[in-house]
Design a protein around this ligand. Structure first.
Ligand code: 2DT
Ligand code: MG
Length: 208
């Protein structure tokens, strides 16, 4: 493993298996390199004061303008940006469940422009790889249905998926290998295998 940690982001629709896969990768990396060398983080981080405002909005306990909630999601990343950077510099690999791509994909699905949505996240630490767990909204729904939260509606998820695909295309123009699309509609073992293959590849490239 390289001296610098690897920044691995997992993205996808609700019920695509992101959290499950993030947990599996974290566990495998901890077994391989030790607990101290890998961290699992998640956005939104609902525990901070900003995160609590986001949580309240998502659970429809408060209302906010689309722009305002978008900026809170971004601020929720900025509050840990320097700790992400210092962890990476200290050789700690970070597995991150959702990141800026969710930020843009969800807010843009409400009608905000891509450019406007991207702006507040410019300058945040860049991931070494984004694993996009792709699933159709129909298949996601069959996995036990969406929950009660604000964005968990099939129509919105469909637009979000299109936005993720657009972001993937753009990401690939800067660095082809930094966006890996994984078919998340398959069984758990098969998705886990594909995810792990991608993780080993990026970590191998970094070690070169
Ligand atoms: P979870 O279900 O994973 O807790 O996400 N979201 C997330 C945004 O709209 N913008 C963001 O920047 C991020 C990180 C996706 C809760 C919801 O929050 C959405 C689903
Ligand atoms: Mg959710």
């Amino acid at each position: 493993m390289s001296a610098r940690g690897t920044f691995i982001v997992i993205e996808g629709l609700d019920r695509s298996g992101k959290s499950t896969q993030a947990g599996i990768i974290h566990k495998k990396l901890a077994e391989r390199f030790g607990d101290q060398r890998v961290k699992l983080i998640k956005f939104p981080d609902r525990t901070t004061p900003i995160g609590k405002m986001i949580d309240s909005y998502l659970r429809s306990q408060s209302d906010l303008d689309d722009q305002a909630i978008h900026l809170l999601f971004s601020a929720n990343r900025w509050e840990v940006a320097s700790s992400i950077l210092s962890d990476l510099q200290n050789g700690i690999t970070i597995v991150c469940d959702r990141y800026v791509y969710s930020g843009v994909a969800f807010s843009a699905s409400k009608g905000l422009s891509f450019d406007w949505c991207v702006a507040p996240d410019v300058g945040l630490p860049s991931p070494d790889v984004v694993l996009f767990l792709d699933i159709s909204p129909e298949a996601a729904k069959l996995r036990g249905g969406y929950g009660e939260e604000r964005y968990e509606k099939e129509e919105m998820q469909r637009r979000v998926r299109e936005n993720f695909k657009q972001l993937g295309k753009e990401q690939k123009t800067t660095k082809e290998e930094s966006w890996v699309e994984i078919d998340a509609g398959k069984g758990l073992a098969s998705v886990t295998e594909d995810v792990w293959t991608a993780v080993e590849k990026v970590m191998g490239q970094q070690a070169e």
